[in-house]
Ligand binder design. Structure first.
Ligand code: NAI
Length: 690
């Protein structure tokens, strides 16, 4: 076997054996790599000419840690905790040379080595909690011994990364070296250690403080809910570091297993893999040539246009910003400046970086429009306007420039039909605030070319977005599903639940916000205008009756200090308002609806099941390519609770049979509670959404 077929390569420099992890793309510590590391260590220990073993990574990564695809299989020996113990127990000096990112198991391996040197460009994290588990290869036992309880607890419970400078100041690494010439610096460092007669320095032999008050306070901040399942066990496991090392390790293993078997980790790992699947399009050749994107135009400098411009500038792209209102454009540019200087003031980056980003967003002009690689249109949501804009862009932009619309609902094919080159048109549906929200729906039109689609998928990655490809339909994936959720919350309101009860049921389910608090945040006037434009079926009038009344009273939500709730000046805290309750009762009477007390479970089911039912139709129609894409849309665009894995994963945990049964139970109206044919088929066959 050649060295790198084993996932590591080994070379010798005098008395130093350098073992390099070489397992693209992230040098994961899969079974093959673990076996090769164990073998390299054993050989080095047998060789009297070797006085130190250095483990480092190839490429820009040290290692991404454990291989998550092995999680649901029996673990091949040597297991990671045992391998790390061998590195620590070794009488031969072991050194971790952290050349780049070291995540999870890889950082645990480094902490088991006797000494640690890191590149100034390295980043380190124990992010296990983010997939619902804990660092189970000694990480929760060794980290507090190296950096103290408080710092270890912070890093392990949040999973957040630290840069090299911070790692040095915490004591997580012993020395830093510049990224260029890192290898030479490592050899020099190890020679210095050997010259100084350094022997094994075992992390497990270090002292750790007993600090129960710290751990109790940490637990008190983490209510015992499914969302906190892993975080609480992280706390308990770090606390166990005050036990003798082997006992602490055993406790860590027990807690790790509890996490690994939890529905929370199943959901989070599902989301992790969903993200890796997204953007793979059947029939789209992975070798499809990508169009170069550097220079962009954003049309419309309103809420979305500004956010999109910031996202592009954050990714290093140049943006020409356009708006047909010169005042709006000036305000937008001022906003951009304030935004970046504000981030610099808060320490996100330095002022020169802020200035560089500001300089990337400029007022657009004709010359700019004629040379850009990509245009993203974010003008008013009006088909006639969008068609005029696209016809104009088609004539004025380079023939190979990509023309994208940020429309949230309109037919992308109809927009494309206004151009002579529909193959270069697609939807890029950002979510508000566009520079923060990670979801990007990539709407593939009937004629969108493969290279335009492939470029959009690659662009999403470059913008650090989760790009989900979908077909053309009203509302695409997310907003189309949202419709039923909004409608049911309106009906529940009329039937007897208050805005606060409905919102509490929904936040109890795990959403960050309920539908009425959300409506107050987004603006009741916005929903009202959409209804005016699109029209409302008279049979649905009762659903929107309260919203219409509030609109008529100028209660637009937070921005006017009152909506479904009232707000005290300067506060965003929703306060239930008896005036609203009275309006609801009046409207219910007007529509002849008898009100009753509605159980929490019914509220949740009636809001969440329509999501699943509509998603089944979206999947059946091929608007979404896979169920996990739908989960991503709701996890990253709509705040679906991460630990439930998204609506499709949630449906699978309930069972499609039970979902169907409940939908039938609520059926009152053939327009809205008709079970999706796909759901019926899956339930009949006892299958899940794949
Ligand atoms: P907005 O009203 O804040 O901004 C629209 C801007 O377009 C205005 O500044 C207006 O002056 C400008 N504009 C109008 N016609 C123009 C033209 N011919 N050329 C250049 N500029 C023109 O609207 P918002 O909320 O930013 O929405 C823009 C688009 O994004 C719409 O299609 C909307 O459906 C979509 N969208 C909105 C989201 C939201 O949460 N607000 C979320 C996702 C998509």
């Amino acid at each position: 076997m050649t060295a790198s077929a084993a996932g590591v390569s080994v070379h010798r420099d005098g008395a130093i054996l350098v073992v390099r992890l070489d397992n693209p793309p992230v040098n994961a510590l899969g079974a093959r790599v673990r076996a090769a590391l164990a073998e390299a260590l054993a050989q080095a220990q047998r060789d009297p000419g070797v006085r130190a073993l250095v483990v480092t990574g190839s490429g820009r990564m040290f290692s991404g840690g454990a291989d998550i695809s092995e999680f649901d299989k029996p673990m091949q020996p040597p297991q990671l905790p045992e391998l790390i113990d061998r590195f620590e127990d070794s009488d031969l000096l072991t050194v971790a040379a952290i050349n780049g990112t070291a995540m999870g198991g890889a950082l645990e391996l480094s902490m088991g080595c006797h000494h640690r040197i890191a590149s100034e460009a390295a980043t380190m994290a124990l992010p296990e909690v983010k997939i619902g588990i804990l660092p189970g290869a000694g990480g929760t036992q060794r980290m507090p011994r190296l950096i103290g309880n408080a710092a270890a607890l912070d890093l392990i419970v949040t999973g957040k990364p630290v840069n090299a400078a911070k790692a040095l100041s915490l004591g997580l690494v012993d020395e830093l070296a510049p990224a260029e010439d890192f290898e030479d610096a490592v050899l020099d460092y190890v020679r210095r250690l050997l010259d100084a007669g350094a022997g094994p320095r075992r992390t497990r032999e270090r002292d750790v403080d007993q600090d129960d008050a710290l751990f109790e306070a940490a637990l008190a901040k983490l209510p015992d809910t499914a969302a906190n399942f892993a975080a609480r066990r992280c706390v308990l496991s770090v606390q166990a570091a005050s036990l003798p090392f082997r006992e602490g390790q055993e406790r860590e293993s027990e807690l790790f297993l509890e996490c690994a078997r939890s529905p929370t980790s199943a959901a989070l790992i599902h989301a992790f893999f969903a993200e890796r699947q997204a953007g793979k399009v059947e029939g789209l050749d992975p070798a499809t040539p990508l169009l170069p994107i550097r220079d962009c135009a954003v049309l419309g400098a309103g809420t979305m246009g500004i956010g999109i411009a910031l996202t592009l500038a954050d990714a290093g792209l140049e943006v020409g910003l356009f708006d047909n209102s010169p005042d709006t454009l000036q305000r937008a540019l001022a906003h951009v400046e304030k935004h970046y200087l504000g981030l610099a003031a808060r320490g996100r980056f330095d002022e020169p970086e802020a200035r560089a980003r500001i300089a990337r967003i400029m007022a657009g002009d004709d010359e700019r429009l004629a040379r850009v690689d990509l245009v993203i249109e974010a003008v008013f949501e009006d088909m006639a306007l969008k068609k005029t804009v696209f016809a104009d862009l088609d004539a004025r932009c380079r023939p190979d420039a990509i023309l994208a619309s940020n429309t949230s609902t309109l037919d992308v094919d109809e927009i494309a039909s206004a151009t002579a080159s529909p193959q270069r048109v697609l939807g890029l549906h950002f979510f508000s605030p566009a520079n923060i929200m990670r979801l990007l729906e990539i709407v593939r039109g009937r004629d969108t070319s493969d290279s335009v689609l492939a470029t959009a998928i690659a662009l999403a990655r470059r913008l650090r977005k989760v790009g989900v490809v979908c077909g053309v339909c009203d509302g695409f994936i997310g907003n189309r599903m949202l419709e039923g959720y909004g409608r049911e919350s309106g009906v529940l309101l009329m039937e007897g639940a208050s805005p606060a009860q409905i919102d509490a049921a929904i936040t109890g389910f795990g959403f960050a916000m309920g539908p009425f608090a959300m409506s107050d945040l987004a603006g009741i006037d916005v929903g009202y205008r959409v209804r005016q434009q699109r029209g409302v079926d008279p049979a649905d009038a009762m659903i929107y009756a309260v919203g219409d009344r509030l609109y008529g009273m100028g209660r637009y939500g937070q921005k006017t200090g009152a909506g479904f709730y009232r707000y005290e000046s300067g506060s965003r805290k929703p306060i239930p308002d008896p005036e609203v309750d009275a309006i609801v009762e009046e409207e219910a009477r007007r529509f002849g609806i008898s009100r009753r007390e509605i159980p929490v479970e019914e509220i949740v089911e009636r809001c969440v099941l329509p999501l699943i039912n509509e998603a089944a139709n979206i999947l059946d129609e091929g608007i979404a390519m896979r169920a996990s894409d739908i989960d991503l849309v709701w996890l990253y665009g709509y705040g679906f609770p991460a630990w439930r894995g998204g609506p499709m994963h949630y449906a699978n945990t309930l069972g499609t049979g039970r979902v169907l049964q409940s939908i039938r139970r609520y059926a009152r109206d053939e327009r809205y509670w008709t079970p999706a044919p796909l759901l019926e088929r899956l339930a009949a066959e006892g299958k899940s959404f794949a």
